[in-house]
Design a protein around this ligand. Structure first.
Ligand SMILES: Nc1nc2c(ncn2[C@@H]2O[C@H](COP(=O)(O)OP(=O)(O)O)[C@@H](O)[C@H]2O)c(=O)[nH]1
Ligand SMILES: [Mg+2]
Ligand SMILES: [Zn+2]
Length: 284
């Protein structure tokens, strides 16, 4: 029996489409996982019997998103417009928190650099060299070669404001699948769709998820004292108190770093704003 490792890219009732390299198999479940009550979802890595088209086993998941349900998302591209709509560092930082706490790697892809004046351009350059310095990958939508290379082997979702350039980016990434971009762009837009069915699209060497699986609103589900985990550079500073919230405490090294311009002021301001927005009930 030929048994191979694949990825579930689509589920329609009890029919699972599993992709292995450039071939897809329409499979039915028939493994021990069914006794363990594991329900396969899109994004699951699995072992299949390629001759009889059975899913035999669901492999352990790295993560699991619920709206809509998708497993094993490695990275999320935050499509970030610099103008029209204007750059929102607040939204960017919020998405960075939400994505980081879901154990997904956030990637920034800047769009509309062409609309900036030289002066704006140099401000933007400084801001994003800070994000790069703290370890976040930043790409331009005009350099898709580097982006594609970086995404090799990953399962990737896409998020960002309406009008940021998500559909444009998808069309550039997968011109060969042009027909299929229509439903993707719709689902990435205003979330009008009611049936939250997910599908993965294989592009060269990576998979693109057709919905992000979360939104900036998910910040509401985050505990106050978890928010700082989304500001990854804060962990480089040891404050006087181990449980420092970097707010009103004395001897706070994060606050000191902000004053010394080692931490970007807007990052700290957004951190305080999110602390305020997060609900107190969740504060343990
Ligand atoms: N000048 C400029 N326009 C862009 C760029 N990327 C996208 N656009 C335009 O911005 C508008 C919104 O893009 P779209 O891909 O539909 O955004 P979405 O809502 O995120 O899917 C369209 O008119 C695009 O042609 C860019 O890098 N530069
Ligand atoms: Mg769109
Ligand atoms: Zn502190």
């Amino acid at each position: 029996m030929a048994c191979n490792k694949g990825k579930i890219i689509k589920i329609i009732s009890n029919l699972y489409t599993v992709q292995i390299a450039n071939t897809t198999y329409e499979c039915r479940p028939r493994g021990k996982f069914r006794y363990n009550k594991i329900i396969p979802v899109v994004g699951d890595n699995c072992l299949i019997d390629c001759e009889n088209n059975y899913i035999l086993e669901i492999l352990p998941r790295k993560n699991y998103l619920t709206r809509p349900i998708v497993a094993n998302v490695d990275s999320t591209i935050i499509v970030t417009s610099l103008k029209e709509p204007n750059l929102s560092l607040n939204l960017l930082d919020k998405l960075l928190v939400v994505i980081t706490l879901k154990k997904i790697e956030p990637i920034i892809c800047l769009t509309k650099l062409d609309l900036l004046t030289e002066e704006e351009n140099s401000i933007v350059k400084k801001i994003f060299s800070y994000y790069e310095k703290i370890g976040i990958k930043v790409f331009l939508n005009t350099d898709l070669g580097s982006l594609k290379k970086y995404l090799e082997g990953k399962t990737v979702a896409l998020t960002g404001q309406t009008g940021a350039g998500k559909s444009t980016l998808i069309n550039k990434l997968m011109p060969q699948l042009n027909l299929k971009t229509a439903p993707i762009s719709k689902s990435l837009g205003r979330g009008k769709h009611t049936t939250r069915h997910v599908e993965l699209f294989k592009i060269d060497n990576f998979y693109l998820v057709d919905t992000p699986g979360f939104s900036a609103l998910d910040l509401q589900d985050i505990k106050k004292n978890d928010i700082q985990k989304g500001f990854i550079e804060f962990k480089n500073y040891s404050c006087r108190f181990n449980d420092c919230m970097h707010n009103k405490e004395i001897d706070c090294m994060v606050k000191q770093a902000v004053q010394e311009n080692k931490i970007l002021q807007s990052r700290y301001d957004n951190y305080l704003m999110f602390l305020n927005e997060a609900s107190d009930e969740l504060w343990k």
